[in-house]
Design a protein around this ligand. Sequence first.
Ligand code: CP3
Length: 359
Amino acid sequence: MSSAKLNAPKPILAVLDGMRIDPPPIWLMRQAGRFLPEYRKLRSEVGTFLELAYSPKLAAEVTLQPIRRFGFDAAILFSDILVVPDAMNQKVSFVEGEGPRLDPLRDPEGFSRLRSEIDLSRLAPIFETIGRVKRELPGRCAMLGFCGAPWTVASYMIAGRGTPDQAPARLFAYRHPSAFQELIDRLVEASIAYLSAQFAAGAEAVQIFESFAGAIPKAFLEDWSLTPIRRIVDALRGKLPNVRIIVFAKGSGLSPDRVAAATGANAVGIDWTVDPTEAFFNDRSSSKPLTPLQGNLDPLALVAGGEALGRGVKRVLSGFGSVPHIFNLGHGILPETPIENVERLVAMVRSGDELDNKG
Ligand code: CP3
């Protein structure tokens, strides 16, 4: 049973409220970024990634670029999950072609260098960006904010960079359990403050990226990931009862219903490893409303194009069946993705048909 709220005219917001829409609305994780030539051009004219993220005029422009080009149903704020450590006084930079670098937290003493609370004034330009984008968005397009989930952000803060399996963070959690908990607690509080400010600035929904859920041993999934996210969701709802929240816990191995129940999310992002037709997905026989789902085309099928793309899109469209569905990738769009494949994807999803015959 869907429970659409009449006051949600934007398709993505209606889906987040439980309504099934055909064809489904679409946006792509990491849509504001390097696969777009207009982004790369603007990026080359600005010194650092953070300078760009903290320049409202430019960040608004980058946020709007994929909307102008593809007419997506949501704009995602151009920023990064690592502005939170930056606003806690941990030095953050982005190295061209390599990724983020932070001053790593090797031991509990590292905390002494950090602020215990997030400095929202440092992030003020980001809130201004949201306001600017909001004023320029087409009517059907929703404004999405985001943050990283505490575990995913903590793993960068501890390792100082991306790591294949988050080994430094896991080791830190085992060696220094109370310091690890303290870090998670600080990130929970920081995320609540940060997301509240994003909503206040005009975000209509937010996504919490737990990109590294797959690196958490099952026994700790609750403590390191689900409970911290739940605390963020509960605190936000305590202040703003109707806020819409998407949780993307990549590789958690849990059913979306379980993720929704454990975190309180309105909708759950599904990564590209999961088969949407699998029964554990949603208990479709029950009479309770279906958890809205988002996903989950393999980003590499979008890079490949041709038949892989045509088949992949069909599989996603049919796989989510009658569930309230937001079409997305199963992780972020890759920089090498051809523009024409994205155009074709959008056309296929919007027409619900077989433009793939030529592939
Ligand atoms: O989705 C969007 O288009 C909005 C902007 C956005 C960025 N990062 C911009 C960015 C979002 C939502 C993120 C989230 C993010 N950042 C995540 C979670 C999502 C995911 O992909 O798992 C993570 C793990 C990060 C950390 C991060 N930031 C990495 C690993 C990198 C380098 C590699 C990469 O994917 O680009 C960044 C830098 C970054 N963040 C860039 C962009 C456009 C590229 C830097 C540049 O242009 O110089």
